[in-house]
Design a protein around this ligand. Structure first.
Ligand SMILES: NC(=O)c1ccc[n+]([C@@H]2O[C@H](COP(=O)([O-])OP(=O)(O)OC[C@H]3O[C@@H](n4cnc5c(N)ncnc54)[C@H](OP(=O)(O)O)[C@@H]3O)[C@@H](O)[C@H]2O)c1
Length: 219
C-alpha cells in the first residue's frame, strides 16, 4: 500500500507502484503456501496467472512440495471470463485451479471452465469462506494459504478471524482520494472489532518498508 494506505487508484486499474524487491517478496510468500487465494475482482482487474519463477519452483520441489501452490479463485456470482490468462496456463506445469463459487454461476461459464478448473459450487447465495478453508484442508491437504487480496476478500477473512499473518509493504507514494480503496476496502463501516496486530518483522530496502504482523486471534 501507499504511505496514505491506498492499495490502488480510484478506477481500480492495475497499478504497478512497488519495486522488483516487493514483487520478489510476493513470490516468496506465494512459494511458501500450499494454496494461493484471490478474489474475483483482483483476478479480473490484474489478470494474473499466480505463477512462480523457476528458482522458487525448484526450491518447492526440494522441500517436497508441488511445483506451484493450488490456485484458488473466490466468486459469489461466478461470472468468470474463461479467457483470463490464468486459464491459459498449463495445469501440468503450474498446478490446478480451484474455483469456489455458487450455483449462481451461469451455465455457459460452467461449461467453459469445466476442463480448465475444478469447480466447487455451493447451494448458498454466497460462498462460505470457513467452508472453503475446511474443504481445502480436508480434500486438498492445504495447511498454509497465501491470500493475495483484494481488500474485499481480505476484509471478509479478517472479519471471520481467519487471518493469522499480514505481510504489508509500504511503498513511497501518496495517492489520496476517498474513492481509492485501502487495505480493508472502500467500506465506510467499522470492522466489528478492532484487530490487534503484533509486529513480527520489519525490513527496509531502498524506499520501501516490509512489515510482517501476526494478527491476534479473536477465536
Ligand atoms: N496493492 C495490492 O497489493 C493489491 C492486492 C490485491 C488487489 N489489489 C487491487 O484491488 C482491487 C480489487 O479488490 P476488491 O476489493 O475490489 O475485490 P476482491 O477482494 O479482489 O474481489 C471481491 C470479489 O470476490 C468475490 N467474493 C466471493 N466471496 C467473497 C467473500 N466472502 N468476501 C469477499 N469477496 C468475495 C466476489 O466476486 P463476484 O463479484 O464474482 O461475486 C467479490 O466481488 C483491484 O483494483 C486490484 O488491483 C491491490
Amino acid at each position: 500500500m501507499t504511505v496514505d494506505g491506498k492499495i490502488t487508484t480510484r478506477d481500480f486499474a492495475p497499478v504497478d507502484f512497488t519495486s522488483p524487491e516487493d514483487k520478489r517478496h510476493l513470490f516468496r510468500q506465494r512459494a511458501l503456501a500450499d494454496a494461493v487465494m484471490i478474489g474475483h475482482s483482483t483476478l479480473k482487474r490484474d489478470n494474473v496467472r499466480l505463477g512462480l519463477p523457476d528458482d522458487l519452483k525448484e526450491e518447492r520441489i526440494k522441500r517436497g512440495q508441488t511445483r506451484g501452490p493450488l490456485r484458488v479463485i473466490v466468486s459469489n456470482e461466478g461470472k468468470i471470463d474463461n479467457h483470463l490468462k490464468i486459464f491459459r496456463s498449463d495445469p501440468a506445469k503450474m498446478g490446478p485451479i480451484l474455483v469456489f463459487s455458487t450455483r449462481r454461476m451461469p451455465k455457459e461459464v460452467r461449461a467453459a471452465l469445466a476442463d480448465k478448473a475444478i469447480l466447487h459450487l455451493s447451494d448458498q447465495r454466497d460462498v462460505d469462506l470457513v467452508e472453503i478453508l475446511r474443504t481445502l484442508r480436508r480434500d486438498y491437504k492445504v495447511r498454509r494459504i497465501a491470500c493475495e487480496g483484494g481488500p474485499i476478500l481480505f476484509r471478509s477473512l479478517l472479519e471471520l478471524g481467519l487471518v493469522d499473518e499480514l505481510n504489508l509493504t509500504i511503498a513511497p507514494y501518496l495517492f489520496g482520494g476517498v474513492d481509492a480503496p485501502t487495505l480493508t476496502g472502500l467500506s465506510k463501516e467499522f470492522l466489528p472489532a478492532s484487530v490487534h496486530c503484533v509486529m513480527k518483522n520489519m525490513r527496509v530496502v531502498g524506499n520501501e518498508c516490509f512489515l510482517t504482523y501476526r494478527i491476534r486471534s479473536r477465536r
